[in-house]
Design a binder for this molecule. Sequence first.
Ligand SMILES: Cc1cc2nc3c(=O)[nH]c(=O)nc-3n(C[C@H](O)[C@H](O)[C@H](O)COP(=O)(O)OP(=O)(O)OC[C@H]3O[C@@H](n4cnc5c(N)ncnc54)[C@H](O)[C@@H]3O)c2cc1C
Length: 134
Amino acid sequence: MMAAFASGKGFQSDPDVYTRPANCPPDVEQLGSATWTFLHTTAAYYPERPTPLQRANMLNLLHSLPVLYPCSHCASHLGQDMKHNPPDVSGRIGLSRWLCERHNEVNEKLGKDSFDCAKTDERWKDGPSDGSCD
Ligand SMILES: Cc1cc2nc3c(=O)[nH]c(=O)nc-3n(C[C@H](O)[C@H](O)[C@H](O)COP(=O)(O)OP(=O)(O)OC[C@H]3O[C@@H](n4cnc5c(N)ncnc54)[C@H](O)[C@@H]3O)c2cc1C
């Protein structure tokens, strides 16, 4: 149920206490990880020189997040951030960096390490140079 999801009910982070079955609806962390995967991967494969229509569609996708993302406090924080940092849809490098910076804003808010934005292609498109993901 969306209200319970948004309020975080049912979430247990300590696996010793309770492990949620795999077929449960996603909690905030699972939804977040899946959404970042989608967004970073989409940015990694966004064209170097997008058409006006591709730019418009990407802007629509990004601007829909603060309205539709089903975690209300996450959506609200992203909306505030995007007011000060409008999306860069000029090409895949700019978009990947913009998204990395938005993700780092959330990482900082949650007390997590910052991600090195020079490594977005390695993480989301090319894999490490040692070939371990080939
Ligand atoms: C738009 C949005 C807003 C969110 N807001 C909140 C919030 O306000 N409160 C809250 O509790 N949770 C929020 N979340 C969820 C939160 O960001 C994490 O997804 C969740 O805590 C799970 O974290 P994780 O450790 O699995 O890694 P995630 O943060 O989900 O990251 C997944 C993977 O992305 C890579 N990565 C990490 N940082 C970056 C980066 N900057 N650029 C590129 N790749 C990176 C790493 O390899 C990492 O393993 C939000 C999620 C989204 C999509």
